[in-house]
Design a protein. Structure first.
Length: 125
């Protein structure tokens, strides 16, 4: 059985959403303008580099990863059936793997996010 990541794909955001590209750029530049207003030393230069990379048609802004296993909505990866799983079984949950079946999970990543820090959630999965 394979247990490693099997495939990667990298591509610029211009290929992911070409119809809304000018809106994506404008929104990103507005967010950067607001972050620059905070006056954090060095942040302005970093954000300028990120906007430059976002506008570069050769920059790999997005990434897709294919993983040979079942990933549930909480980000847990299960390669084999797990009778002790405590997942909630609802319409958003992929459940547990069934014996004898093969699975592949796709992960989408943003390689150059503008956000800093973390997200606080009052109701995690």
């Amino acid at each position: 059985m394979r247990t490693g990541i099997t495939s990667f794909a990298y591509f610029p955001i211009s290929l992911a959403n070409p119809k809304n590209l000018s809106s994506i750029y404008a929104t990103a530049e507005e967010e950067v303008k607001a972050m620059k207003a905070k006056g954090i030393p060095g942040l302005s230069e970093q954000l300028d580099i990120q906007i430059e990379a976002l506008r570069d048609p050769q920059s790999p802004d997005c990434e897709l990863i294919a993983f040979p296993g079942l990933s549930n909505r909480r980000g847990e990866i299960e390669m084999e059936p797990n009778p002790k799983s405590t997942m909630l079984m609802n319409e958003l949950d992929t459940g547990t793997p069934e014996p004898g079946k093969s699975y592949v999970s796709m992960f989408g990543m943003l390689n150059h996010p503008l956000s800093r820090g973390f997200i606080v959630c009052s109701h995690p999965f």
